[in-house]
Design a protein around this ligand. Structure first.
Ligand code: ZN
Length: 70
């Protein structure tokens, strides 16, 4: 498993605030936040309550060096 992968969480309307808090707490960076208005994703569930998520939160790698770690 690659350890340098982007981190990704799903959150519903209710938990998106908590999600932001926790992620900023853990990584000391605000995550990218996107609304999931496109296609519902069956496999995605809110990380905090397990319900249908509304947002995707992602932490990108700080270093913008080569994507492929040679
Ligand atoms: Zn939730």
């Amino acid at each position: 498993m690659a350890s340098a992968e982007k981190k990704k969480w799903y959150a519903c309307d209710e938990h998106v605030d908590i999600a932001l808090d926790e992620i900023v707490d853990m990584y000391e960076h605000a995550p990218l936040m996107e609304l999931m208005d496109d296609e519902p994703n069956d496999q995605a569930t809110c990380f905090w309550c397990g319900q249908t998520p509304r947002y995707v939160l992602q932490i990108a790698n700080q270093e913008e060096t080569a994507e492929e770690d040679a």
